[in-house]
Ligand binder design. Sequence first.
Ligand code: HEM
Length: 357
Amino acid sequence: MADVYYHDYLQLDRLLSSQRLESEAAGAAQHDEMLFIIVHQAYELWFKEILWELDDVIAAFGEDELDESEMGRVNGRLRRVTEIQKLLLAQIDVLETMTSLDFLDFRDHLVPASGFQSMQFRLIENRLGVRTEDRVTFGGARYTERLHGEQRQAVIASEDDPSIHDLVASWLKRTPFLEEFDFWTVYRDAVRSMLEADRDIVRSNPELTEEEREAQLRSFDQTFRQYEAVFDADKHAALVESGARRLSHRSFQAALFISLYRDQTALHQPFRLLELLMDIDQGFTTWRYRHALMTQRMVGRRVGTGGSAGAAYLTRNAEKSRAFPDLFSLPTFLIPRAKLPPLPTELAEAMRFRFET
Ligand code: HEM
């Protein structure tokens, strides 16, 4: 058998002959179009790797039981995605060495193509759990409309596949420790006494005017009402109905429990998972804002080659297209460690050694 040869193994003949300049085809090659193509191709290669990692995570969660030994692997895959995201962000700096005027030299040759048509980007969004209703539309069309043929079919089909958001939601629902003691009654009392203590500070603070005192006391009532929705399944269901929450009451409570008792050995990996999901969501959101800024810098207020309102569309979509918004609202409901109800001894012992009960 012939020795493996670097050039052949990496199929470099195909890879390195895949840069066709539209400006050259039109008669006058523009230097920066090579950079533009290579940066986009590098993105697509990394998107492929991200999908490879996410699919492995989905397969692990798709099993009935997620064994503790698999958590390390799942978190390792997600950590890799976060490292790749740093490269995705850094590539914008490389692309920005092309000036706005350089871009104008070949931009018109690209119409109506656009990153909006990146199949892999849409697959990543859908694998993570960005929903159709989370997207900003333009021209009244569905985001899949601009994709062609097989790529459109693949993206539409991926909408029905289980997303990491949904798989993590049902994994959270199965969190075992919640069954073992009535955490919510204890937690609610802890929250209440924390708020009462804060209220007393306001009541007895001699520095406040009567008006300030009343305003601060009113804001405590508001905070308390927010907490109430965490304890009340019906109020939580109303939030889900209105689109303000995605996780079910039970899954949301489990995520909060994991965040509060994250110091317990058994919760280290689950907490790490929640953190990594936030890192990934934050990574894509950061990239979206950065991409919107680059667009503004490159083309100002012009419409995009794909026909959107350009940077304005991209900025709005950065705010909306989030996969794990509920995880970002958990900190509202955290209480300081010192106020945390201690776990029953037996449960604390069990959590020191094992993940499952
Ligand atoms: C000169 C550089 C770039 C400019 C001016 C630019 C501009 C735009 C604009 C205006 C849109 C909105 C759709 C449209 O009307 O076309 C868009 C969408 C998009 N672009 Fe870029 N882009 C640039 C580079 C890139 C790069 C390097 C990537 C990497 C793959 C990329 C990926 C995307 C994606 C994924 C979308 C869809 C985003 C969404 O719908 O939320 N773009 N781009």
